[in-house]
Design a protein around this ligand. Sequence first.
Ligand code: F6P
Length: 550
Amino acid sequence: MTQPRHYDLNHTSIWAKLHQHQRATRHMHMRELFAADPQRFQRFSLSLGPLLMDYSKHRITERTLELLFELADAAHLKDWRQRMRAGEAINVSEKRAVLHMALRGQAGDDFQVDGQPVMAQVLAVRARMAAFAEQVRSGAWLGFDGRPIRAVVNLGIGGSDLGPLLACRALRPYAAAQLDMRFVANLDGQHLAQALEGLEPATTLFIVASKSFTTPETLMNAEAARAWLLAAAPAEAVARHFVAISSQTERVRAFGIDPANMFEFWDWVGGRYSVWSAIGLSVMLSIGPAAFEDFLAGARRMDAHFLEAPFAQNIPVILALLGVWYNTFYRAHTHAIMPYDQGLARLPAYLQQLDMESNGKRVGRYGETLDFDTGPVIWGEVGVNSQHAFFQLLHQGTRLVPCDFIVPMRSHYPLDRHHEALVANCFAQTEALMRGKTEAEVLGELAGLDGDTLDMLLPQKLFPGNQPSTTLALDAITPHTLGMLLAMYEHKVFVQGVIWGINSFDQWGVEYGKQLARQIQPELADASAALAHDASTNALIAHYRARKAQ
Ligand code: F6P
């Protein structure tokens, strides 16, 4: 493959053609597109087993997609996809392979890093996790006073928290009832203190989840948790109550956790792509090894689809290209995620890290400045709560906000008519956002009014519509479909990174604040330390020093 060593896609004819196409079609209304084409849903929807993606409610025609596929070809998407699969060091700034797909691989798969097969080590760790999970779940793993484990507290942040937390909440219907799963990420002491409320040291297991094992938030929480345990237990209890997940054996040992109780993963797995690895131990403890295998199998199914399906039938590719269409060519700055499933309430937060830490970059993989918009602001909230919070802006605000609606067709908790009402709300929102409400329709509703009252109310009751959305309908939220969904978003982010020329797998932007915090913390403690920050930061530090003791 011959590729330039700098980004130049934005100077090619396909980029210009997409801009022209956007200008030529931007006044088109989706309501008219639907009216003109009874086959629009069939034309713009795809299924993969239990997942249906409806992307007909977008400001696109077949020509738009043709051009976007051309853009993907011009960005050498197929090559990049193959390079990722082949274990090439496509994380160029850290010289690392990107092989989260291997984590959901199975025996016989030929994933390699630096020419070395990796499946044997992946499967060995998975087997150790399963053996450990079985022991804890069956009650055979005993705490220091001989009682079985009743609560598991995962201590981790970012990718070492969000994925396992999301999966444990989403898959609660599959969870072992006897295990109380808790998650602590924040450095704010109240998070740990509240998570420990009601727990007994003798029946609590801590998982210290940190790829680097240097993340101060996690290590501080782990030290505090160890002190909490040791206030009630002898020193040797740490071995029964602490396990670690990391790629850093020596640091785990130095912390005092026996490496025999460590579950390894590797530097070719990014934190935000790691729920499939040992980082998923809490998920496996909760739902059991067999269901965890289903979770991996769902992701594997999406991997195969992503690697093999032609672009025109490829769910993550289309999702990604639609995002590029709005983000880069419409200059829509944000993208909203609305799961209509209470178990998926943390999906927006999970996708914030996955997407914004991956593609929130203004410099391309070769160090060149990119002069177009890249990764969007990801935000969202569970439906229907979101309808009562920010949907006003989506319906009648001034911004273009592409939305993803994620909804299961069957609920694990259907109650009486709850689920049907939930699904009705989801579908209704996509319809309202697309159609809008015309002047004639509003006039019909306001029959009887005239004069100033009508002039005042009519524009306020209009809905412009034309607000794009994708509906992702899953048969039910199961380990398998959750695996498919998360892998789908991983590949979407990868494709967008390729189109924008970004290395989606490093995160230099989170380092600077950490560096300054290390400098400021001792300055908060020592009132005599000289301050050499800007006037605002100096004053804030002084304010803290003055007020902390009051
Ligand atoms: O936020 C920066 C980051 O490095 C994330 O990429 C990562 O998921 C998180 O911190 C936690 O890192 P670790 O697992 O090494 O503690």
